[in-house]
Structure formats: C-alpha cells, structure tokens
Design a protein around this ligand. Structure first.
Ligand code: GCB
Length: 604
C-alpha cells in the first residue's frame, strides 16, 4: 500500500510546475562560448486570458497546457491551438512594435521555436536568454525548465537532461502584466515593451565548466590586477589559466575546494580612459575550454567631493539613455542600436552615460567601453515600489546580482545605482541601504549611487539636498527639474547646498520639446523653451559647489504611455535632445557647448 507521503510525492511529480532542469548561475561572457543561436522566427499565440496555462476553473493545467505543443492525433481530436500555423515574430523583438495589434497589449503571449540539436558526450547544454519582459516560464520538449522574473536581466538553465538528439522545441510563456509588488512596480514612465527582447542561445560547455571569472584592478591600485576564476561546481585541483599575451602575463592556477582559483598580480598597464579606451585581449581557459574577452583596467574612487578616474579628478559629462531603438522605436538590443545611440552621446561631448532605468543589453555596455564612455548602470527600483514586501526585496537584489554578474569585468561601468526617485521613509531606507550594502560587498571596486530627489527645504531660492541615503552611497545624485516641473525661469537665481562631503551628480534635469516646433522661450514644448531651460540650468550648475557630473534627461525622445498630449507627445516623452527620428534639437547644442567648456576646464 502506498504511504501518504509517497502519494504526495507522486502527486507533486505530476504537477506541471515540476522542474525538469535547473536555473544555474549566470554563465559569463556568453557570446564568446560555442553556441547555437535561437534568434529568428518564433511562432506566437496571444493569450489574454491565459487559456494555455489555466483550465476553465482557473487551475493551472498539469497537461493540456500550450507548453505541450500538442497536435491532434487524428482529424476528429479537438486541439484549439497550433503554434505551427500561428504567426511568427523575429526574436529578439518586443511584441508592441512587431505586431500592430499588440501596441498597447499587456498580458501573456506564448512563443515557440523548434531547433535541431546533437549533444556531444561530456558536454552540457545551457539555454540562455538575454532578457524577457517580465515573467518567463520556460519549457523544453513539453517539460518545464524554470521561471524568471525581471525584464532586463539575463538568465540561463541547464537543459542537458531534457534535450534529445534531433528535433527539439522550446516554448516560453511571457507575461508583462504590471503589478504593485514587481520591480519595477505598476507605475513607470516608459513603455512596457513585452516579449523576448534580447538574444536566445543554446550554449555548449564541458561537464565541468568555467561559470564566471573576474579581472579588474585592485581598489585604487593601478599596478595590481586582482581576479578569480570560478567553476560551476566545487571541484578542487582543476587547472585554469588566465593569459594576457600583450602584457606577457600568464597565470596558471588550481581551483580550491570551492571550485574557485584566486590571483593577484602586479602589472604595468596602459590604463583605460575616455581619451584612450585601451582594452586587452584576455584568454581564460582550462584543458577543455577556452574563451576570449577584451578587458580594460582603470581605477575609480572618490576624494572629498571629487570623482577620480585613474587618480585624476574627472567631470562626468553625461546623458541619460533609455534602451529604445533609434529610428524604428521599440526595444533596442543590437550592437548597431548601441552604436548609434552612443555616437550621439559622443557628439554631445560625453565621456559618460547613465543607462536608465534598468540594466541595458550587453552590447550597449561593451560598445560604450570600446568608445571610451563611462557607464552608470541601474536596476528598476523606481518610484514607489513595495518596500515592505520581502519578496520584492529578493527580486530587486536578484536583479542587482545578475546585473553585476554579467558586467563585473566591464571597466566602463563605474557606478551601480540602486534606485530612482524613491519616497523617504523607514521601510524604504532599510530596503535601499541593504541594496547599497549588497553592491559594496559584492563589488568593492565600483561606486554606489542612487538618483534622489530634492525634497527638502526650498526657502526662497535655496535648495538643500536631504536624504538619509547619503550615508550609504559613494556619490550623491539627484534629479532636479528646475524650469519644467518646478520654478519655471527661476534657475538663474537658485542657490544650492549639498551638505554631504561626497561628489554630487545631477542625474536628471530637462524639459520637453517637439522637434521642429518653434516659438517663443515662454511657450512650452517649443525647441526655444527647451533651449532656454538648458541655458538657465547650465548657468546654475556653475554655482553648485562640488558638482562632479550631469546626465540630462534624456538623449532621445522615448515612448511612454504617460505622455498623451495629442499632436505634441503622442505617447512620447519629448525631453530628448534628439528626436526619435534622430534629429537634434536646439538644446543639444547648448549642452554640447557647455561640455566643451567643462572638458577644457578639467584638462588644465
Ligand atoms: C523623472 C524620472 C524619469 C522620467 C522623467 C520625466 O524624474 O526619473 O523616469 O521620465 O522624470 O520626464 O518626467
């Protein structure tokens, strides 16, 4: 007779939620590994009622869900879906711009891709997604391999045991419904582009593989490279090599019982900087695998109110950027998108960009690095999320963990930011200080910041920045919308007080203009109004003591459902310095001139 316990186990095994594979820690430098691409045509089924997931009593299907990819066994059998006769999208993309009917859609869409695979003996197969917004349930050959939440971080599953030789299929249920407890929450000022928005790969690695590695300069020491190589399992005595041929620096190491090998080595280096974005070819290998990376070395620190790059004070001449595709709109994801956006930033005179409001795709960060642009990278802890909810915190921390895991070798990244414009309060303070601590503990060589608001004391023309969070960050940053949301025309008389002995960045300022619309400086949404606002702001910046950088809002007009003004906004946030068609507005040149001036000042 079956015991109750074994019956429960069997029932559990039958549930569709049973996992047949494992979400494994992020495999680093994914594009340098042997892989097959699953980009391209994926058939899709729009499922607003989640019919493919729940039965008519709204209980999750054990069998019969769309994940089974069922075909009628004979012409009389009822199966009310068929991926193979459904339309397709070319992944990566967002469904909002790929299908006109889905422009405003928020909900579930199922995607299916068939592919041929032959797994070699002694190898493992890792199914990698660059990003899926927001909730992804992933099935391979009808079996659930895992789930991921968060629209902007990469994730991967070990699917070795569910793949077959020959024809396989992967099905993903993607759901981008917003929810209060999510990160981001219900309310945000950008388009909630849904879908499989970055690349999908099946990566082949050896049974024991190099999961991750790290090589950067020791904090504040331009002559010491520190690093480690980590296997996917705690296996001791495995020989791994880190080789930088140009430096004649080759480290052959043995892993310890934790599967990790550490090193610290002196080196005479050409340092990475915006003027000289030097990257070294680095080979990380072990007997049965080798991969190449391009890595730069620089130090980043603060001293009083200054930011020091390679020991020298630097002014961050920045601009904020959303991950929105130039010219065609929709989510940006490719190297070409990254190059266009960053070339405009370069033309503006930038040595720095704020990648808002979530981790951007890997090409963006790598391209910035090649072009000599420092990066602020952030997670979507934005406005009023559920500070009291432990699950929300876990979600935010997981996004931070995966953001750092993907990019820890990118010297271009100088700042991790953990939040944007959050309301003061005890629960928030606990949440954000924990995130800041997480950053410092897990990446001691970079700076931590968050975009605050000027909430305090505007008495007369005095602004004082005040936020408890100042004690947890290395750089205090704040958004000010002088001339747009507040104090129209008052910028020229404003006085600022930043009562913290830390560098300060203005992480946002700006105002809207419809490109090509002209009028007087007093007329909202004309290029002249925006131009004047920029003139008044840069003039004001000269009077902010300890200002270490600015990142105006924003490089390019971007889609937002919050921006309805007919004929002007048409669902675009118009604060771009460049229109969505790539045309520069007058304010672009105000900022460009000011950055030229700043550059000269700092070169002296
Ligand atoms: C902000 C937000 C940003 C918005 C911007 C605006 O403060 O951080 O996400 O898009 O203002 O345009 O209002």
């Amino acid at each position: 007779m079956k015991t109750l316990k074994s019956m429960i186990v069997i029932a559990g095994l039958l549930m569709s939620s049973q996992l047949f594979a494992e979400q494994v820690p992020l495999v680093t430098n994914i594009f340098a590994r042997p892989s097959i691409s699953l980009c391209g045509k994926w058939n899709y089924i729009v499922d607003p009622l989640e019919n493919g997931y729940y039965d008519y009593r709204h209980r999750p299907w054990d069998t019969n869900g769309f994940f089974e990819n069922k075909k009628p066994a004979n012409p009389s059998e009822l199966v009310e879906y068929d991926f193979d006769t459904s339309p397709y999208m070319t992944i990566p993309t967002d469904w909002n711009t790929a299908d006109d009917q889905l422009f405003f859609y928020e909900g579930t869409v199922w995607f299916k891709k068939s592919f041929n695979y032959q797994l070699k003996t002694g190898k493992r197969a890792i199914l990698y997604f660059g990003a899926v917004n927001y909730d992804a349930k992933v099935y391979v050959n009808g079996k659930k391999v895992g789930e991921h939440v968060g629209g902007f971080t990469a994730f991967n599953f070990d699917v070795t045991d569910v793949l077959k030789d020959g024809e396989n299929f992967v099905i993903v249920k993607v759901d981008n419904k917003r929810a209060q407890d999510n990160v981001p929450t219900l309310n945000f000022d950008w388009w909630n582009y849904g879908g499989i928005t970055r690349e999908v790969l099946v990566v082949e690695v050896p049974d024991t593989y190099i999961e991750d590695y790290y090589l950067q300069l020791a904090k504040g020491n331009a002559g010491q490279i520190e690093g480690w190589v980590k296997l996917n399992e705690p296996k001791a005595g495995v020989e791994v090599t880190v080789d930088i041929p140009e430096l004649k620096l080759k480290q052959t190491l043995k892993t310890g019982v934790d599967g990790k090998a550490q090193f610290s080595v002196k080196a005479k280096l050409e340092l990475w900087s915006p003027e000289n974005p030097k990257l070294y070819k680095v080979f990380v290998s072990k007997a049965d695998e080798q991969m190449q990376d391009e890595i730069g070395f620089r130090t980043i620190e603060t001293r009083g109110r200054q930011i020091l790059l390679n020991g020298k004070p630097v002014f961050l001449r920045g601009v904020s950027i959303h991950e929105e595709a130039p010219f065609r709109q929709g989510r940006a994801w490719s190297e070409a998108d990254a190059h266009t956006l960053l070339s405009w930033a370069k033309e503006l005179g930038c040595n720095y960009v704020r990648l808002a409001h979530y981790p951007h795709n890997e090409h963006m960060v790598r391209e910035a690095e090649k072009m000599g642009i420092m990066v602020w990278s952030e997670i979507p802890v934005y406005w009023t999320i559920s500070w009291e909810n432990a699950e929300t915190y876990k979600n935010a921390e997981a996004q931070l963990r995966d953001e750092i895991a993907r990019d820890r070798n990118r010297c271009a990244i100088i700042i991790w930011s953990v939040a944007n414009e959050t309301p003061h309060g005890e629960a928030r303070d606990k949440f954000l200080s924990s995130l800041a601590k997480y950053c410092h503990d897990n990446d001691p060589v970079r700076l931590v910041s968050m975009a605050m608001e000027v909430t305090s004391t505007t008495s007369g023309n005095l602004n004082r920045l005040q936020d408890n969070m100042h004690q947890y960050v290395d750089v205090v940053s704040f958004n000010e919308y002088v001339g747009w949301y507040r104090d129209t025309k008052a910028a020229r008389n404003m006085v600022w007080e930043i009562p913290y002995e830390k560098p300060a960045i203005i992480s946002e300022f700006g105002g809207g203009a419809l490109q090509g619309w002209h009028g007087s400086v007093d007329q909202r949404f004309t290029e002249e109004f925006q131009e004047d606002l920029y003139k008044a702001n840069v003039d004001m910046f000269e009077r902010i003591e300890g200002l270490a950088g600015t990142s105006p809002w924003i490089l390019m007009d971007f889609r937002s459902p919050r921006r309805q003004l007919y004929g002007i906004q048409d669902f675009f946030n118009r604060k771009g310095l460049v229109s969505e068609k790539g045309i520069k507005k007058l304010a672009f040149y105000v900022m460009k001139d000011w950055y030229e001036k700043k550059k000269k000042e700092y070169e002296k």
